[in-house]
Design a protein around this ligand. Sequence first.
Ligand code: FMN
Length: 395
Amino acid sequence: MLKGKTILVGITGSVAAYKAVDLIRRLRDAGATVKAIMTDKSKNFITPLSVSLACGAPVAADMFEEPFSHIDGPAQADVFVVAPATANSIGKFAGGIADDLLSTSFLVFRGGFVLAPAMNWRMYEHPVVKKNLASLLSQGAVLVEPQRGTLACGEEGVGKMAGVDAIIEAIIAVVTPKDLSGEHILITAGPTREPIDPVRFFSNRSSGKMGYAFARVARRRGAVVTLVSGPTAISAPEGVDVVRVETASEMYSAVMGRIDTASIAVMTAAVSDFCVAEQRSEKADKADIALLKLDRTPDILAAVGALSRRPFTVGFAAETGARIERAERKLISKGADMIVFNDVLAEGAGFETDTNVVTIITRNADATCQKEYLPLSHKEAVASAIIDSIIARRA
Ligand SMILES: Cc1cc2nc3c(=O)[nH]c(=O)nc-3n(C[C@H](O)[C@H](O)[C@H](O)COP(=O)(O)O)c2cc1C
């Protein structure tokens, strides 16, 4: 998503300055060209040599010297990110002060501007800092909120610079066209857990990666996203409303309670088909295993597909083997608009991988199925291709 983009990274005089090196490396790994500007004070925390090695290019620090000026540096950049951003530099941006290369470049730059503040919690809480930030946000700057934690000064509070993942997510969001604005996408993800007794449950191998990737991509493209998630080890995507559930029946209620406002529903969750008919209140005896009776769980996709006013409905069909005709039948039997088939045993596909190989199945006007094969791709690229296909189908 950052291939071919040029990112200008500003580094200011905060103890978090060393984290900029990781940010720059990760941006380059993602295919971006990175140029860096350091303030004078930042050189007390990190050397220009470390930054230039990370960038693979000399760092700019002085307005009157090479490698680039306050005019051509910003002119070539798609995104300008200041990480870490000190209270001082935030104040200068908000006040229009242009007394060094960084603050002058800010006034020249036209494009997505991202700020990742880092400072002592009392500085961050100060009304002047709040006012300066509010003023920059009202002019379109994107804030990557600092986190609560133990700060470098040893105090506890909000002021720790956001993680590199969150900063990169904000940068990607800035360069992504907002072709889903006005849409509400409801996504399910992960496995469900069906309790047997207070100690045991049965579940499946779904990691939730496909649904979370979908949520991130939909959010970046401007949608309001609700993610109904079974238990996963993945952190909540930025800007997404995450509803955590455990069982299939909880997932059903969470989906049906929110479906009215959704324009698109994407069911990636691996919902358990069975639950224990009578959950034990005490740990079951081993000998009781043969007595366990199973019930069917609610069929969430079919319930959404049967609504009289339903969103564009996408189901996922995880199969073992190339049993695509089962997925085609699912498209019809569940009343879905699209089924995404994947063979979980195929190389690079399946539950715990970051990649997937899928076939998008839709219905033609003459009731035949149309299939679109996608090659092995990262789950975010798969999500993006599915969204493109949804937009094309609805056009
Ligand atoms: C050890 C030390 C750590 C500092 N950490 C921060 C910080 O995290 N955030 C901040 O806003 N200022 C911090 N400061 C103060 C800034 O370095 C100071 O305001 C400076 O003028 C910022 O200049 P700059 O914005 O041009 O880089 C720190 C100062 C010292 C001595």
